[in-house]
Design a binder for this molecule. Structure first.
Ligand code: ADP
Length: 884
């Protein structure tokens, strides 16, 4: 690019004189003249120059000549010529320059170039004159055309030649063409001569055909075998056009041949095709279905397996035809999933039912990946289809099973839950379980320790972990569980199981928990236990012997009294009850009655003797009553055994007493009756009118004696009944005990003739007591002493001072005495020492009983000192009222 300032500076260096000089030249010459300085800048130009070349004069001056008129003057021939002029410092004449001007078209000029030296300037001016040469246009055009054609031919990437005439004689050929055929000297020669090796390859025939028919021929990837050296041949693939060329008359006079060598392309493609073929074969041998789709999701390739599997053919499966083989229920989703993945260029996976060639649907998993080329452009998807039928069916079965289990669990009335994993995630928990926990549905999905934190310090989490690691089922039996229900800890009791759940491999994956609330049972059991223990406590406290049997009469329990009585423990008692404890005489009847009660449920009552730990049988009243449930069924029997030995004995004594009373009554009455009858008969018979002769006195004495006995008997009986009715009233007074003893002995002595009764008044005092009753005691003591001392006559009565301001009165005999063991018994009602004495000595066995009672009521003390055969010493002690 030129610098306008620089230029004008240069131009200014040209003297005004030179300018004027130049101007005067240009103005005088008619032809177009251009004057330049040595740098080829326009110093001046003739008017005719501007006119001829249609350039505006004011634009031109100072411009570099080659830039003139938008570089139209950048004419290489002109440039060369001017440079030569400057270099060689010589002028040129009639140098022809042809240039194509925009405004004028193609023009040829004869150019004269002269150097003009001026005086004031070292550098000469360059004067160029133009004379237009009129070249006939066609010639110019043809020349231009040929030049252009040559240019095109040389530069064209194709191999080009033109053959003329029916012999197809080479007229023109470019370099590429020469290279193709490997020959140079071909122009003017017919093709058959130039390329004899091509004979029989079909090309000449095509050329002939084009020439005669005038129709072009296009060959694609046609193989040609050319000789490239001596006996060296080469196979090439050519895309070519045989284009007929017409002459002025419209007749074919040649053929334009345009060839592109596509050998490389074809070979590459063939290689690709071969690879593809091999790949396809490989793909077909893979035991999977393989597919390829386009960018838009159209299926372009499916391997053999698809067709074999589905029975579709290529046409049926192409594009989206493959979806027709998908189960109608899965089809839309499969299509959508695939298209979505393809659109988003993401991987795709979907499991659906695919129709097999036999028409059966089987589950397959279709998986695809986006495919990108080397440039990273998305080319479509490629994927595989694998049969997963068996797995899917199994999975479905498992799911169904799981679903069923879930349903069963949900529906179950038993509280049920399933925990999975070591975290004990609550996988399932049915209504009943959630209610049992006192929680809501939100616990499902949580981990158990999180859902039931109150179990933290209870053993269950540990047990669960243990079940997990050992695989052993845990059975909870009435286990106590504290649960947070309604915001407070509540205790419940549960029967439950922790059962490990195993997967197909036998590995534990969870725990099934089923629980039964037995709180009520346990509580009532506890209550029962409590009441049972109460019962036992009460039973143990009872003076009776208490037993408890089950509904069938099997002994369950004997109370403490039984153990003490028998000297046995519960088990021994149980086993020996029937054989040892019941008296052999009572046993059979006892068993019979007991069985009757068991059969009928009626109360049992029986008197029997039971053996005690001293091997003595004692009378008992056995009673048993059935305890029934609300339904009326017998639950158990409770039995009591009351010792009635004493009662029995007393009864016996009573019996004996009655026997004796009747005997005692009968004896005096019979005796009295005898005497009375004797006397009466004697009086009636009149044998003895004189009463004095009658044995009146001894008879009356006898009668009186008997009456005294009767009176005593009657009064004792009266006292007895009074005592029993608690109506024995004491008429207390202060009297001298010494006097009472003396008086009583005096009274007795009226009827006592044999015994000598001595009284020793060691101590004299008065007592505050019922005088008659104390007298009665004294009479009893003394009459007994007389009665039971048939062999001895000495009776000694002592009145002595006793400790604590008391007085003791004792009656001592030397009679039959009393065995030690009977000392206590003789004070009991109706007790009489058995054996001979019973018959020998008359009596009722109530005298000492009454004596004891009387003394007791006076807050006194009665005692006996005696040995069998060694006499007896009966005494009583009473408080002293005053000493004498
Ligand atoms: P009984 O009317 O039989 O005498 P008691 O109650 O007076 O009734 O006496 C009870 C029994 O005590 C008598 O049957 C007798 O066996 C015995 N007994 C009472 N006193 C004496 C005694 N002094 N010597 C021997 N045995 C006596």
């Amino acid at each position: 690019m030129s610098n306008p300032h620089g230029l004008s500076k240069n131009l200014h260096s040209i003297t005004e004189e030179a300018k004027i000089f130049a101007r005067s030249i240009t103005d005088t010459i008619r032809e177009p003249i251009l004057i330049l300085n040595k740098d080829f800048q326009i110093v001046s130009a003739s008017e005719s120059f501007y006119v001829r070349f249609r350039i505006e004069s004011d634009v031109a001056e100072g411009t570099l000549v080659f830039e003139l008129d938008d570089d139209q003057w950048d004419i290489s021939e002109l440039k060369k010529l001017l440079q030569k002029v400057i270099k060689e410092q010589k002028s040129f004449k009639d140098h022809q320059i042809t240039a194509n001007f925009r405004n004028l078209g193609c023009r040829s000029f004869l150019v004269n170039v002269n150097l003009l030296n001026t005086r004031s300037h070292d550098a000469p001016l360059v004067i160029i004159s133009f004379k237009e040469v009129i070249i006939p246009f066609p010639e110019l055009q043809q020349k231009e055309y040929l030049k252009k054609l040559q240019n095109i031919l040389e530069n064209a990437p194709a191999m080009i030649c033109i053959v003329k005439g029916p012999q197809h004689i080479f007229e023109v050929a470019n370099e590429h063409y020469y290279q193709l055929i490997g020959k140079q000297d071909i122009i003017g020669k017919p093709v058959r001569e130039v390329l004899p090796e091509v004979e029989n390859q079909g090309f000449f025939e095509i050329l002939d055909n084009v020439y005669t028919s005038g129709k072009p021929f296009i060959g694609n990837e046609v193989q040609i075998n050319l000789e490239v050296g001596d006996n060296k041949y080469k196979n090439s693939f050519l895309d070519f056009v045989y284009q007929p060329m017409l002459d002025d008359n419209g007749e074919v006079d040649g053929i334009f041949v345009h060839v592109i060598d596509v050998t490389e392309k074809v070979e590459v493609r063939k290689k690709v095709e071969e690879n593809e073929f091999r790949l396809k074969n490989l793909i077909d041998t893979v035991p999977a279905i393989i597919w390829i789709t386009t960018k838009d999701g159209y299926s372009t390739y499916l391997n053999e397996n698809w067709y074999k599997y589905t029975g579709q053919n290529a046409r049926e499966a192409e594009n989206f035809g493959w979806l027709e083989a998908v189960h109608p229920e899965d089809r839309d989703e499969a299509g959508n999933q695939f298209l979505d993945a393809s659109k988003r260029r993401k991987s795709y996976s979907y499991t659906y039912r695919l129709r097999t060639a036999s028409g059966e649907y089987r589950w397959v998993r279709d998986r695809g990946q986006p495919k990108f080329n080397a440039a990273g452009e998305f080319e479509g998807m490629v994927g595989t289809v694998l049969e997963v039928h068996e797995e899917k069916i199994k999975e479905q079965q498992i799911q169904e099973k799981e679903h069923r289990i879930r349903n069963i669990v949900e529906e179950a009335t038993v509280a049920t839950a399933v925990y999975t994993g070591k975290d004990l995630k609550i996988e399932i928990a049915n209504e009943a379980m959630i209610r049992l926990w006192g929680k809501d549905k939100a616990v499902v999905g949580k981990n158990l320790p999180q859902a039931l934190p109150e179990l933290e310090n209870q053993p269950f989490f540990e047990i669960l972990q243990e079940v997990y690691s050992t695989g052993k089922i845990y059975w909870g039996q009435e286990d106590k569980v504290d649960l947070m229900i309604d915001d407070r800890i509540q205790t419940g009791y549960f029967n439950f199981t922790y059962k490990p759940l195993r997967d197909e491999k036998g590995e534990i994956y969870g725990i099934l928990n089923m629980a039964l609330d037995v709180t009520e049972n346990v509580k009532s059991k506890l209550l029962l236990k409590e009441s049972e223990s109460y019962f036992r406590q009460i039973a143990d406290l009872m003076p009776d012997k208490v037993t408890n049997t089950d509904e069938e009469g099997n002994f369950l329990y004997f109370n403490q009294n039984w153990l003490q009585y028998s000297g046995l423990n519960s088990e021994e008692l149980n086993s020996r009850f029937w054989t040892d404890l019941i008296h052999p005489e009572d046993r059979e009847l006892f068993a019979k009655k007991w069985q009757e009660s068991l059969n009928t449920g009626r109360n049992f009552e029986f008197e029997a003797r039971f053996r005690n730990k001293f091997d003595k049988y004692r009378w008992h009243l056995s009673r048993a009553e059935a305890v029934r449930e609300e339904t009326g069924n017998i639950k158990m029997w409770i039995g009591t055994n009351t010792e009635i030995h004493k009662i029995k004995e007393e009864e016996k004594r009573k019996e004996d007493f009655l026997k004796m009373v009747s005997h005692e009554l009968k004896t005096p009455v019979t005796s009295i009756k005898g005497y009375v009858q004797l006397l009466l008969s004697m009086v009636k018979s009149g044998q003895k009118k004189d009463f004095s002769s009658l044995p009146l006195a001894p008879s009356l004495e006898r009668i009186d004696h008997q009456i005294i006995r009767l009176t005593r008997l009657i009064s004792e009986m009266l006292d007895l009944s009074r005592l029993e009715e608690n109506k024995l009233e004491l008429q207390k007074e202060v009297f001298s005990i010494n006097d009472l003893v003396t008086e009583t002995v005096q009274d007795i002595n009226y009827t006592n003739t044999q015994h000598k009764i001595e009284i020793i008044h060691d101590y004299k005092c008065s007592i505050f007591a019922d005088k008659d009753r104390i007298g009665q005691v004294l009479i009893n003591f003394i009459t007994n002493a007389i009665k039971y001392s048939p062999e001895s006559q000495e009776i000694l009565i002592k009145i002595q001072k006793a400790r604590n301001n008391k007085v003791s009165v004792s009656v001592k005999d030397h009679g039959i005495g009393i065995d030690r063991k009977n000392h206590k018994n003789i004070f009991k009602r109706f007790y009489r020492i058995g054996g001979k004495s019973e018959e020998t000595y008359s009596g009722f066995g109530i005298g000492l009983y009454l004596a004891n009672e009387i003394i007791q009521r006076h807050k006194g003390h009665i005692a006996v000192k005696s040995k069998k055969g060694k006499g007896s010493d009966f005494s009583f002690i009473l408080s002293v009222a005053s000493e004498k």
